[in-house]
Design a protein around this ligand. Structure first.
Ligand code: DOR
Ligand code: ZN
Length: 391
């Protein structure tokens, strides 16, 4: 199949014809015969290295079908799903059980994390580990890709409000955890960093790091109540501003959502009882595209942090419109700005902290050359495939 249109290739938008064969980009030329024309701008779709799709065990909050459908509608073609399910993914057996369950109804490509425990060496097939430092203070570090939740149990307290939650799990707690990792002489990827000290420490120790959309777009003094409760906590407004600058200047590697849905009933409890987590996967790319339109981030930097660099961290042939890469595209029109409405999203949890914020949603989405969203409608179902990593 050949598609002709305005593609984002090598850092610029150019008119080209892209030939796709067996789901991959075979070649790109200025013009070729029988190219099917696509109107709008065509960008590589995003790669999200941090989601919680909640299956098995918590499928009242989300499941792999609804989570991955939300990802597709939000312009994300690959997700790495976290292991804190019920049962948790903490052995090759529980990994296989989860894979058998979720691969039947994944709408985008995916990989699965396993908990970093003392049995990590038993994993042969997929060496993607998540280390929750506040649960397992010391572990043997295996080979593979190790993402760390850097907070320590010893500096975590409870709080009764969103503002106070920042002080109950302070920035210094994250920094202390990262310093501890620095002493281990290993390579780590630090999840959801929430302070400038953490950014600096990652640079010092040679770690890669990700930031969530909520640590960029939300802060502790917004009227969000329990809906803004998340670990690590939302910080002061000036901190988000500094983190945004660090993202723009290249000191933060990637954006990853930490999409962590909980339903409204669970969030409507008192602050201490409400579970932490914010749904994100469907709205972040559209919000970034709106910021590109407004000139607050360049298209190049947005593509780096949303698509190119996350794919690179896992050696995935995704995130770029280039020969040999998966033909994962989103099609959009920069003049089509919409207000985000929870009622139009595909999450099971039915809420978003971004209600009424401006965004540019993709109209069509291609996964390995197959159209899965066409003009805002789902047209392909369950086409996502498991990718064993690191390759
Ligand atoms: O806020 C959070 N929610 N942080 C985490 O680390 C876990 C996540 C969840 O699974 O709900
Ligand atoms: Zn998480």
């Amino acid at each position: 199949m050949r598609y002709e249109g305005r593609f984002y290739i090598n850092g610029e938008l150019i008119d080209a014809c892209v030939e796709v064969e067996y789901g991959k980009i075979k070649r790109i030329k200025k013009a070729m015969d029988s190219c099917k024309s696509i109107s709008g701008v065509i960008l590589p779709s995003a790669v999200d290295l941090h989601v919680h799709f909640r299956e098995p065990g918590f499928t009242h909050k989300e499941d792999f079908y609804t989570g991955s459908l939300s990802a597709a509608f939000g312009g994300v073609s690959f997700v790495a799903d976290m292991p804190n399910t019920k049962p948790p993914v903490d052995s090759p057996e529980s990994f296989e059980d989860k894979l058998a369950l979720v691969r039947r109804h994944a709408n985008v490509d995916f990989t699965l994390y396993s908990m970093l425990t003392s049995t990590a060496h038993e994993f042969k097939k997929n060496r993607m580990f998540k280390w929750y430092m506040y649960e397992e203070p010391a572990v043997h570090i295996p080979s593979g890709f190790v993402t760390v939740h850097a907070e320590l149990e010893e500096c975590i307290k409870t709080a009764d409000s969103l503002h106070n939650y920042d002080f109950a799990r302070p920035e210094s707690c994250e920094a202390r955890a990262i310093r501890r990792l620095g002493a281990l002489n290993s390579k780590f990827h630090i999840a959801h960093i929430s302070s400038i000290d953490s950014v600096d420490l990652c640079k010092i120790f040679g770690f890669t790091c990700e930031i969530t959309p909520h640590h960029l777009f939300l802060h502790r003094d917004m009227e969000l109540g329990t809906y803004g409760k998340v670990n690590p906590p939302l910080r002061a407004k000036w901190v988000s501003k500094k983190l945004w600058e660090a993202l723009l200047s290249g000191r933060i590697d990637i954006v990853a959502t930490d999409h962590a849905p909980h339903n409204i009933e669970e969030k409507e409890q008192d602050f201490e009882s409400a579970p932490p987590g914010i749904p994100e996967v469907e709205t972040y790319v559209p919000m970034f595209l709106y910021l590109v339109k407004k000139g607050e981030i360049s298209l190049q930097r947005a593509m780096q942090v949303l698509a190119e660099r996350p794919a690179e961290l896992l050696n995935l042939k995704k995130g770029k419109i280039s020969d040999g890469y998966d033909a994962d595209f989103i099609v959009l029109d920069f003049s089509e700005v919409r207000k985000i409405k929870a009622s139009k999203l595909h999450y099971k949890c039915e809420w978003t902290p971004y209600e009424n914020m401006s965004a540019i949603f993709p109209s069509s989405v291609f996964l390995r050359g197959e159209k899965i969203i066409d003009d805002g409608e789902q047209v392909g179902e369950g086409l996502g495939k498991f990718i064993a990593l690191p390759a």
